[in-house]
Design a protein around this ligand. Structure first.
Ligand SMILES: Cc1cc2nc3c(=O)[nH]c(=O)nc-3n(C[C@H](O)[C@H](O)[C@H](O)COP(=O)(O)OP(=O)(O)OC[C@H]3O[C@@H](n4cnc5c(N)ncnc54)[C@H](O)[C@@H]3O)c2cc1C
Length: 406
């Protein structure tokens, strides 16, 4: 089934990289993923292989040492990785959102200083908006940065920061003008440097959070208390002051395509496991695949996965054309992640009691899928954004009652 992703690759270059990643997933990721997951260990050897494959630079422009590939290829690669283990996709996601923000919004000096080291994976990046009291309501964040001589001083608490510990860079949304009204006008993006792997540095403490699934890759809490960062870490320089909110929202479009791809990957893994098991397991003298009730489940899963894949590719293609893609990325994220959650549950039901056992992959898929409906904007928020955009479009194209008639 994962071969379907290669079919969707259009150019020779896309086909080659997707096939390479597919081989890596089949040979190296799938045999090891459950052990890393159950022990909740960061998959260092697999991440090293991802570096060798060039995945940390996949969308970084060639002039800065990356592969310079498009978002469509990126989405296909992310779906393949997630078919093996979603946590690997999480190691890349915040890194590549940050890289894209630096490439499109950073100063020339920031691009030259940061992107080459990011392209090789020597420096990895986290992406941090959420705070303990504010996730969906991003404008309610409280972390501040105030100017002090040549530095900025950061105070506040960030929550659920993926890759918060092992990253060398954190793309951070803070308030630089706490009096601004509306608040988003006083928000700025920083690209903060820190030593990778250190939990305690002057002004910054990092704690690992426990969670249901999505193991291996760390989720962290960052406590800033008088953390000093140079003025060169303001994304976009002086011109970036007050523009952080809009740039983070732009960055998250790529994140939503990534999460849609993860949904496609998890659902594909659930279907593959179900097809395997349904042909092996026998009840009442025949394989359960011969029972129509099971066939219905397989048919519904496969149909929804194909629809999710199409939405993901359509959003990615539009992003590649440089068009506004909030509606399409939102739809792809919403549908693909609900599909993943449903497919994981259906796969568990097809596996009967064994689906509840850590011996079978569906147990992990069932724990991993729910974070997709929460992260990168919950699916409730996606529905609000989709509806808002639809209404805006209807308003824009409405010629008025006289021209249109009733
Ligand atoms: C494992 C994991 C990794 C994460 N990684 C990152 C990361 O790297 N960087 C980062 O910045 N964040 C990260 N997050 C945070 C994630 O983006 C937030 O959890 C998410 O945006 C939801 O915010 P919240 O948890 O504060 O929920 P809340 O915003 O408090 O929402 C609670 C509930 O209310 C609903 N709700 C809220 N507002 C509305 C509304 N207006 N209308 C209808 N329903 C509404 C929500 O849909 C949800 O069901 C991560 C989260 C997890 C669990």
């Amino acid at each position: 089934m994962g071969g379907g992703l290669i079919v969707h690759a259009q150019t020779q270059e896309q086909r080659e990289i997707v096939a390479l990643v597919r081989e890596f997933v089949d040979r190296e990721v799938i045999p090891q993923a459950s052990a890393f997951d159950h022990d909740d260990v960061f998959p260092e050897p697999l991440v090293e292989r991802m570096r060798e494959l060039g995945l940390f630079g996949i969308t970084i422009p060639e002039e800065h040492g990356g592969l310079g590939l498009d978002v469509t290829t990126y989405a296909l690669v992310q779906a393949e990785l997630s078919r093996g283990w979603m946590s690997l996709s999480g190691v890349l996601n915040t890194h590549l959102i940050t890289a894209r923000m630096i490439a499109t919004r950073g100063t020339g000096e920031q691009r030259q200083r940061l992107l080459p080291r990011m392209a090789t994976g020597e420096w990895r990046a986290a992406y941090s908006m959420t705070e303990p009291h504010a996730g969906s309501d991003v404008q309610a964040i409280r972390t501040t940065a105030r100017r002090d001589g040549d530095d900025w001083v950061i105070d506040g608490q960030k929550m659920w920061v993926t890759n918060g510990l092992r990253s060398s860079l954190v793309c951070l949304l803070v308030r630089t003008d706490p009096e601004a009204d509306p608040p988003h006008r006083g928000m700025t993006a920083f690209v903060v440097e820190k030593p990778a792997g250190a939990a305690d540095v002057p002004g910054l403490t990092i704690a690992k959070l426990e969670k249901l699934g999505y193991k291996g890759v760390e989720s962290t809490e960052l406590a800033f208390d008088g953390f000093r960062t140079p003025a060169s870490s303001v994304l976009g320089g002086e011109e970036g002051l007050g523009r952080g909110f809009a740039w983070f929202m732009e960055g998250i479009e790529l994140g939503r395509i990534n999460v849609a791809a993860r949904g496609v990957g998890i659902a594909t893994a659930a279907l593959e496991a179900s097809l395997r098991y349904a042909r092996e397991r026998e009840t009442f003298g025949k394989p359960i695949a011969a029972h129509q009730a099971i066939q219905m489940k397989l048919a519904d899963m496969a149909t929804r996965i194909e629809a999710a894949r199409m939405l993901m590719l359509s959003a990615a293609a539009k992003k590649d054309r440089g068009e506004r893609v909030d509606l399409e990325a939102g739809m792809a994220k919403l549908f693909a992640t609900e599909t993943a959650q449903e497919a994981a549950l259906e796969a568990m039901r097809i596996h009967g009691g064994y689906g509840y056992s850590p011996e079978f992959v569906v147990e992990r898929l069932y724990r991993d899928a729910p974070v997709l409906v929460i992260g990168e904007g919950t699916n409730e928020i996606q529905r609000l954004l989709i509806a808002r955009r639809l209404l805006e479009r209807a308003e824009e194209s409405d010629p008025g009652p006289e021209a249109r008639g009733r």
